[in-house]
Design a protein. Structure first.
Lengths: 113, 108
């Protein structure tokens, strides 16, 4: 297994457009996490899934953000009507569950112009 | 309010031991502390995780005092390649809170 992968690695979009990111976790991992990271800050938790169930959502995840994990494998994070404040690195991580260490992907860097 | 606080930056020289402390005043009895390392343009990488007292692995040690309101990551004999940002992560129940990160600069 090659680890957690994310696609695309970079995305430039215009304000008001919708974007969707994909995360493929390590295959045997049942937990999947999404974070957002801005320059000079630590990752901010957005949401996580246990298999296909979304168990926790941060207040940061406004109505414009939605995440899915159909069939408990890959996950998508969609941002509707993007704003300049959405510009950040979006990180995905997976783990075997509970307090297990998280393995992070390389991230998707979003730039909203 | 769950908060995780760590120093902004630290400087060290090759071969020295480096200790980075993280404060987490509102940690609960069953919450874990995890430390990650991050290089530019990469996702964070796991270093060590602990719950109480002391944990040691091949790259670091983690010290957690009895009150668990802080934890210290110890890196023995750092090298230039250890220059990176180090984050503590506290699992406040289902909420995961990263610190803002400590920039470690190792000089020769």
């Amino acid at each position: 297994d090659t680890g957690v992968s994310q696609d695309p690695r970079h995305k430039i979009t215009k304000r008001g457009q919708n974007v969707t990111f994909r995360c493929d976790p390590i295959s045997e991992h049942n937990r999947l996490y999404w974070y957002r990271q801005t320059l000079g800050q630590g990752p901010e938790f957005l949401t996580y899934f246990q298999n296909e169930a979304q168990l926790e959502k941060s207040r940061l995840l406004s109505d414009r953000f939605s995440a899915e994990r159909p069939k408990g494998s890959f996950s998508t994070l969609e941002i509707q009507r993007t704003e300049q404040g959405d510009s950040a690195m979006y990180l995905c991580a997976s783990s075997g569950g509970g307090e297990d260490e998280q393995y992070f992907g390389p991230g998707t860097r979003l730039t909203v112009t | 309010l769950a908060k995780t606080t760590q120093p902004i930056s630290m400087d060290s020289y090759e071969g020295q031991e480096v200790n980075i402390t993280c404060s987490h005043n509102n940690i609960a009895t069953n919450d874990y502390i995890t430390w990650y390392q991050q290089f530019p343009s990469q996702g964070p990488r796991f270093i060590i995780q602990g719950y109480k007292t002391k944990v040691t692995n091949e790259v670091a040690s983690l010290f957690i005092p009895a009150d668990r309101k802080s934890s210290t990551l110890s890196l023995p004999r750092v090298s230039l390649s250890d220059t990176a940002v180090y984050y503590c992560l506290v699992h406040y129940g289902n909420k995961l809170v990263f610190g803002a990160g400590t920039i470690l600069r190792v000089k020769s």
